[in-house]
Design a binder for this molecule. Structure first.
Ligand SMILES: [Fe+2]
Ligand SMILES: [Fe+2]
Length: 478
C-alpha cells in the first residue's frame, strides 16, 4: 500500500489505476504551481532548501531529507493505511462499517467540512509569504519553508478528496481554493484567523503554536470520521503537523529564553520595565503576553460556536468525532450535559447544554489543555533565569468574535466589562500599534549567514535531522 513512485503526482492511492482522476489532478497541478510561485515564499523560490518530503506512510522512514528548490517539491497524496474492518466509533451509526463513498445525505456537509479545512492550508502560506525576508537565522528560515511546503501538501490531500469523491462540485471547490486570498477584501479565506496579517516572526511562532494546534485538533476530530478516506488522509497529515507545532513551541521558548537570560545577565529584575528590556533589543515579556493573547483568542474562535447544532449533527451522523474518541466512555453522548458559562443580561450564568450541542466546546477544552502544556514549558524557561514573570492563557471569554462571547467584552481574567472599558484597556492586553512597530523594528535585517542568530532569539538546542545548528539549511545569496 505504502510506496514511493515516480509518477507526476507521488501517491499511495493507486492514482495510475484511475485515469480520469489522474488527469483531473494533473490538470489542477499547474494551477497549483502557479499559485505557489505567486503566493508562496517570496524571494526564495530558486534557493536550495534542506527539506523533508513525505514519500510513504510507514512509521520508519516516511520522509526523505534533502536539498530541493521549493517549486520542485514533490507534493504528493498519501493516506494512512486502511484499518481492517474499521467501524464507526461514535454517534447514531456507532458500530456500523465506515463509509468508503460519501452518503448522498451527507454530501453537502462533508464537502463543507473538507473545504473549510482545505482553505486554511494555502491561507497560512499566503500569510507567511514575506517572513523569509526578515528571518532570524537560516535554521528558522528552513523551518518556515518546511511548514509552508507541508501546508501545500495538506492542500493536495484535501483536493484529492474533493476530486475523488465530490465530482464536479469538488473540482470547482478545488479551483476556488486557489482563488481566495488571505486578507483579501473581496475574496478572503473562509476563517478569521487565516485573514489576519502574520508579518513578524513572533506572530509566526505564536501562529504555529496556537493556530496550527487548532489544526491538530480539527484533524484529530476528523480522523475519527465515518468517511474513511477523510480519516486516513487526516491521520497522515497529523504526522507532519507535529513539526509545525514544534516550530511554534520552541520558537516562543527561544524568545523567552533569550529575553529572560539577558534580563538576568543585565540585572533587570522587573519584567514590567519594558524600556530597559527594549534597550537591549529584546522582546519584553509583557509584549510576549499580548501576542499570546491575540493568537490564542483568534485560534479559539476557529473551533466555532460553544452551542452548535451543526456540531451536534456532525457528531450524530459520524462525520466528525471528538479528539481521541476512544478515551471517552459514552460514544453516543445522547444523555450527558455540559455545564457551560453563558452570558445573560450582563452576567455569567451556568447552563447545562446537551452534550452533542457542546461538541465544539469539548474539542476546545482538549485544545486549551494542550496549549497549557506548552505555556508551562515557556514559564519554566523564564523561571530558570530567576525572572519573576508568568505567561498565562487568558479566559476564553476574552477577545472573542465567534460564539456566545462574541457580543460581550471581557478582561483576560474573564470578568465582563463595558465596551468603553475594554477599549480603554485594549492596548494593555493586545499588541498596540507601537508594540507591533517595535517588534517589526527588531526584525528589519534578515540573518542569512548560517553562523549567525538574531539578537532577540536564543539558538535552538539542536539542528534538523542530525545536522548542526549552523548547517547551511538554505543556500541563499543575500
Ligand atoms: Fe496543515
Ligand atoms: Fe500546520
Amino acid at each position: 500500500m505504502s510506496s514511493v513512485n515516480n509518477e507526476r503526482i507521488p501517491n499511495n492511492v493507486h492514482l495510475g489505476d484511475d485515469k480520469r482522476l489522474q488527469r483531473a489532478l494533473e490538470a489542477w497541478q499547474p494551477n497549483y504551481i502557479k499559485w505557489w510561485t505567486e503566493m508562496g515564499p517570496e524571494g526564495f523560490q530558486q534557493d536550495d532548501v534542506f527539506l523533508r518530503t513525505a514519500i510513504s506512510v510507514t512509521s520508519e522512514g516516511w520522509a526523505n531529507f534533502d536539498y530541493v528548490k521549493m517549486p520542485e517539491y514533490r507534493w504528493g497524496i498519501f493516506l494512512a493505511d486502511p484499518v481492517q474492518d474499521r467501524r464507526i466509533g461514535f454517534g447514531d451509526h456507532m458500530g456500523q462499517p465506515v463509509w468508503q463513498e460519501v452518503p448522498g445525505e451527507h454530501r453537502n456537509a462533508l464537502r463543507r467540512i473538507i473545504v473549510t479545512q482545505a482553505d486554511t492550508e494555502p491561507a497560512s502560506v499566503e500569510q507567511q509569504r514575506l517572513l523569509g525576508q526578515t528571518c532570524p537565522s537560516v535554521y528558522d528560515l528552513r523551518n518556515l519553508f518546511q511548514v509552508n511546503v507541508e501546508e501545500g501538501r495538506h492542500l493536495w490531500a484535501m483536493v484529492y478528496l474533493l476530486h475523488s469523491y465530490f465530482g464536479r462540485d469538488g473540482r470547482e471547490e478545488a479551483e476556488a481554493l486557489l482563488e481566495r486570498r488571505s486578507g483579501d477584501q473581496d475574496k478572503p479565506r473562509i476563517l478569521g484567523a487565516f485573514n489576519e496579517p502574520c508579518t513578524d516572526w513572533l506572530s509566526f511562532f505564536m501562529f504555529t503554536f496556537f493556530t496550527d494546534r487548532d489544526g491538530k485538533f480539527q484533524l484529530l476530530a476528523l480522523s475519527e470520521s465515518a468517511f474513511d478516506p477523510l480519516s486516513r488522509t487526516t491521520r497522515f497529515m497529523l504526522t507532519e503537523e507535529a513539526h509545525h507545532m514544534f516550530v511554534g513551541e520552541t520558537g516562543v521558548l527561544r524568545v523567552c529564553d533569550r529575553t529572560a537570560g539577558q534580563m538576568a545577565a543585565h540585572g533587570i529584575k522587573d519584567a514590567a520595565d519594558v524600556d530597559a528590556v527594549r534597550k537591549l533589543g529584546l522582546v519584553d515579556l509583557p509584549t510576549m503576553q499580548k501576542y499570546l493573547n491575540l493568537w490564542y483568542t483568534l485560534s479559539l474562535d476557529l473551533f466555532g460556536g460553544e452551542i452548535s447544532s451543526n456540531a451536534a449533527t456532525y457528531f450524530a451522523t459520524g462525520m466528525k468525532g471528538r479528539a481521541k474518541e476512544e478515551q471517552f466512555e459514552d460514544h453516543l453522548a445522547l444523555t450527558g450535559t455540559y455545564a457551560m458559562d453563558v452570558p445573560k443580561d450582563g452576567a455569567i450564568v451556568r447552563e447545562d447544554v446537551a452534550m452533542r450541542n457542546a461538541m465544539n466546546e469539548v474539542l476546545r477544552d482538549a485544545y486549551v489543555e494542550d496549549c497549557q502544556r506548552g505555556v508551562d514549558k515557556w514559564n519554566r524557561t523564564i523561571a530558570a533565569h530567576g525572572i519573576d514573570f508568568t505567561l498565562k492563557l487568558p479566559s476564553r471569554r476574552f477577545h472573542r468574535h465567534i460564539g456566545i462571547y462574541a457580543n460581550v467584552c471581557a478582561d483576560p481574567e474573564g470578568n465582563l466589562l463595558s465596551k468603553d472599558a475594554f477599549e480603554a484597556k485594549k492596548d494593555a492586553w493586545l499588541p498596540s500599534a507601537a508594540d507591533k512597530a517595535y517588534v517589526q523594528s527588531l526584525m528589519t535585517k534578515p540573518v542569512y549567514d548560517p553562523k549567525q542568530m538574531a539578537n532577540w532569539i536564543a539558538a535552538p538546542k539542536q539542528g534538523i535531522k542530525g545536522r548542526p545548528v549552523d548547517f547551511e539549511y538554505v543556500r541563499h545569496e543575500a
